[in-house]
Design a protein around this ligand. Structure first.
Ligand SMILES: [Zn+2]
Length: 404
């Protein structure tokens, strides 16, 4: 079945089908003509015509590739047809990656930012890194087709702004997309880093072939990216997945959101670090917590396990609501490994309704500290043609070249 638009001419229809094929190739990196037909809903004959046109005009090419001993003709976009940029801002860092249309990351850089950094300086810093990375690959800035920026908090839908001024105070009320767009003049999408994590894990990580899962970002804050029935779910206003503000103790400590006893006040990195500063010294950091925890320090392991128990309560609530197949744990705290994971799993199995979490696996993510920036690349590959209107990506993984 071809996509027909009411009242559209045959030329419009051909154009729409071609654009859909290019969009899918951008999203997936490479695929066979049969996969392209299945995902686009177009007939094999239409796909064959589109691929012929795309190869003739130099937009795409067909290559024979070997996968698990089997040879297949893979359609890919021409890697020279453009670049996309992913940027991931955290409380103390920025990570930038530049990729081609085949999902190959050409260059990537990480830089630390001062605590409490402000948007104006940090955006300029990211722009300088982008220019350096593009030049280092022998490419030009005008080859950039689109970019996505990840921020550590919920983004109010359509605003490109953080939903809470308490997360990065130096970024309050800043249209981050516009800050980049006016310099680069390309479509820019801004999204929550937990959503980007879910997208990256869905395309290249543990979430491949999984239609219902949650990606948990455990770091300075705690957030979740939700993939429901193969789609990233943002909620009505872009605020879905704020699992860090699940109430664990109604009379607990005051949270930065204004409520009491949120999960973040008990299980986010600053809470864990402050618990140990009394016994381990005022300079004690998250890195110390992870290192000493791995070496068997009893206090550190206890704090990590307690955090896992609290996280498990929130995850149990999430499982009762959404019944996911998989919980993918990411963010710096995921480096705590088994101590954390087994505490989450224990708490989950005790708290969730029998059946809601039966078979729900809790695993660490596959992409580590690159998760958000790879998700930004994936989102930019998806969004370059939509003008950055934040269309929900359809997350159907196929054998892609994968980000390297
Ligand atoms: Zn809160």
């Amino acid at each position: 079945m071809d996509r027909r638009r009411a009242g559209g001419s045959l030329a419009d229809l051909r154009r729409a089908n071609r654009d859909e094929a290019v969009r899918l190739l951008r999203l997936h990196g490479s695929m066979t003509q049969a996969q392209l037909a299945r995902l686009s809903g177009l007939s094999h004959a239409s796909v064959s015509n589109i691929v012929r046109d795309l190869t003739q005009e130099g937009t795409a090419r067909v290559e024979t590739q070997q996968h698990n001993g089997r040879r297949s003709a893979q359609v890919t976009l021409n890697p020279d047809s453009g670049l996309v940029v992913g940027v991931d801002f955290g409380n103390r860092h920025v990570r930038v990656a530049v990729a081609d249309m085949l999902h190959n990351v050409l260059a990537e850089e990480y830089a630390t930012l001062p605590h409490g950094h402000r948007s104006a300086e940090s955006v300029q810093r990211a722009l300088r890194i982008i220019a350096e990375l593009v030049a280092s690959g022998g490419r030009r800035m005008d080859e950039i087709k689109g970019m996505t920026v990840g921020l550590p908090g919920p983004i109010v839908e359509g605003s490109n702004r953080l939903g809470s001024p308490n997360i990065l105070p130096g970024w309050a009320d800043v249209d981050v997309a516009e800050s980049f767009r006016k310099e680069l003049r390309v479509p820019v999408v801004v999204d929550n880093d937990a959503n980007l994590g879910a997208v990256a894990e869905s395309l290249w990580g543990r979430g491949r072939e999984v239609r219902n899962f949650a990606y948990l970002k455990l770091s300075t804050g705690i957030g979740a990216g939700l993939v429901i029935d193969g789609h990233l779910y943002r909620g009505s206003g872009g605020m879905a997945g704020e699992i860090g503000h699940t109430t664990i103790d109604e009379d607990g400590p005051l949270c930065r959101c204004g409520n009491r006893g949120c999960l973040e006040t008990m299980a986010a990195a600053p809470a864990l670090v402050s618990l140990l500063q009394g016994s381990h010294g005022p300079e004690f950091s998250l890195e110390d917590l992870l290192r000493l925890g791995a070496q068997g320090d009893i206090g550190c392991r206890r704090v990590i396990a307690d955090a896992g128990r609290h996280i498990g309560v929130a995850v149990a609530n999430l499982c009762n609501l959404l019944n996911p197949e998989l919980i993918i744990v990411g963010g710096e705290l995921a480096l705590a490994g088994d101590v954390l994971l087994s505490a989450i799993t224990d708490s989950l199995s005790r708290r969730a309704m029998s059946g809601a979490a039966q078979g729900t696996e809790v695993v660490t993510g596959a992409l580590a500290e690159r998760t958000a920036v790879l998700g930004a690349i994936a989102m930019a590959l998806h969004d370059t043609e939509s003008g950055g209107d934040g269309v929900r990506p359809r997350l159907v993984p196929v054998g892609s070249a994968a980000a390297r």
